[in-house]
Design a protein around this ligand. Structure first.
Ligand SMILES: *Cc1c(COP(=O)(O)O)cnc(C)c1O
Length: 445
């Protein structure tokens, strides 16, 4: 084998081994079933199929067309919608598809402020997050004029009254809900009424909470007034890295426009192997999603409580901490001992606990902290739940994190506790049976 090939293989194997022995708590990540992995490694990763199934501009699509049609039907069933486009290759591409369908460059869009949890794909062309200049997708790619809604720091949610005033003042073409820090359902119902007054369409970016919504938890945006829902299919929805556009419109012209804004506006090839993986995961979630996502939410609440009892300033105790897969904590009480978000992230990484630093809504404007070393951390339990962990293990993880962050134990020593905890949790759960382990490195013959 050439040296390059060997080096890359060694790195891949090491990566897999590290994840077998880690506690993965990145809120935007998950792990796919073995059957999904197999589909994602199929020959479909070499193919093109532009257009809609049955109306392709490529030959050789007979079988992948049937798979994509199944993916569409399964998505309609799982999300209880009458239109699904499974072609967008990521959440950002799904968002751009919706922006293109409902707005023109120069139009106003109202959405969550980025430091409060809005996503970079919602942002303006030139924005500033502390010292860093950011180029948000909505502004930089589609020319939208971004006006931020008001976010209540105490409630960690969009303030209905103040945001209604902002919508009436700026008369946007599009009102966008959803974000990357997402603890509680957004006031879609209340503010959609205001959006209708000014003639705005309503969009819900469900990248993080797509699986929760599909399985019937969190909220139901398309029945609360949203015209369109976009998402990533690999966060709480435990599928391959891909995107999706969903709508309940009966209007044929609107669905035709949505299709055209995906292809040809946003896509050429659409990663057909991942469409196959998505179809498989949809079948899994129709069967096991209620149990899986129910446990995700229970685990998040248990984890938040366990951390809170161990000295972590978990946000929103007065509201039960969270209604989603996420837990957010203010870690500034550890500044003198370990440091801020970036430092804690690095220290926990040495113990094989993988977490995210995260801006708190007040970090920049009030406390002048930087994005690289913010005052918060964001934790997600989707992946550990898919490995079969329950409330008891959430308490065990909180205890291990306490050893590093509160008791200041050497993280290298704590690594052994992490491996020990992980020993019994090596399979992907909430899917059809398979023999291959969750993070097993698969070598082809
Ligand atoms: C992750 C995320 C996205 C982007 O998703 P990709 O699939 O990585 O492109 C979009 N919006 C929100 C709110 C997100 O959290």
């Amino acid at each position: 084998m050439s040296n390059t090939l060997k080096k890359i293989k060694d790195l891949l194997v090491e990566h897999h081994h590290a994840f077998e022995n880690a506690i993965p708590l990145i809120a935007s990540e998950n792990v796919t079933s073995i059957q999904c992995k197999e589909a994602c490694n199929s020959d479909l990763s070499h193919r093109y199929a532009e257009g809609w199934p049955g109306e392709r501009v490529y030959a050789g699509c007979e079988w992948l067309d049937q798979i994509e049609e199944m993916a569409i039907d399964l998505a309609k069933k799982y999300f209880r919608v009458n239109f699904a486009d499974v072609r967008p290759i990521s959440g950002v591409v799904a968002n751009l598809t919706a922006y293109t369908a409902y707005t023109d460059p120069g139009d106003v869009m109202c959405c969550m402020p980025i430091p409060s949890g809005g996503h970079i794909s919602h942002g303006p062309k030139f924005g500033r997050v502390s010292k860093n200049l950011i180029n948000g997708t909505a502004g930089a790619v589609h020319g939208l004029d971004i006006q931020y809604l008001n976010f209540n720091w105490e409630e960690m949610n969009i303030d209905v009254e103040k945001s209604a005033a902002i919508i009436r003042e700026h008369e946007p073409k599009l009102l966008l809900f959803g974000g990357s820090v997402f603890l509680f359902p957004h006031p879609v119902k209340e503010l959609s009424e205001v959006a209708r007054e000014v003639g705005a369409k309503v969009m819900f970016d469900a990248a993080h909470v797509l699986g929760l919504i599909g399985s019937g938890y969190f909220q139901d945006p398309l029945r609360e007034g949203a015209n369109i829902m976009t998402g990533s299919t690999h966060k709480t929805f435990p599928g391959p890295q891909h995107g999706i556009v969903l709508s309940n419109t009966e209007d044929k012209e609107e669905t035709e426009l949505l299709k055209k804004c995906a292809f040809p506006a946003m896509l050429s090839n659409h990663h057909l192997h991942n469409v196959a993986g998505l179809a498989i995961t949809l079948a899994e979630m129709i069967e096991f999603g209620k149990n899986y996502h129910g446990q995700v939410i229970k685990n998040a609440k248990a984890f938040a409580q366990a951390l809170y009892e161990r000295g972590f300033k978990v946000l929103c105790e007065h509201k039960g901490f969270t209604e989603s897969h996420q837990v957010v904590a203010d870690i500034t009480n550890f500044e003198k001992t370990i440091g801020l978000g970036g430092d804690i992230e690095k220290t926990l990484e040495k113990a094989n606990i993988i977490i995210n630093r995260n801006l708190l809504p007040w970090d920049i404007t009030r406390d002048h902290r930087d994005y690289m070393n913010p005052g918060g951390i964001r934790l997600g339990v989707s992946e550990v739940t898919r490995l079969g962990m329950k409330e008891k293990e959430m308490e065990a993880i909180a205890e291990i994190m306490k050893k590093v962050v509160v008791d200041l134990k050497n993280p290298k020593d704590v690594k052994a506790d992490v491996s020990e905890l992980r020993k019994e949790f090596q399979d992907v759960k909430y899917c059809f049976p398979a023999k291959t382990k969750a993070y097993e490195y698969i070598s082809f013959k």
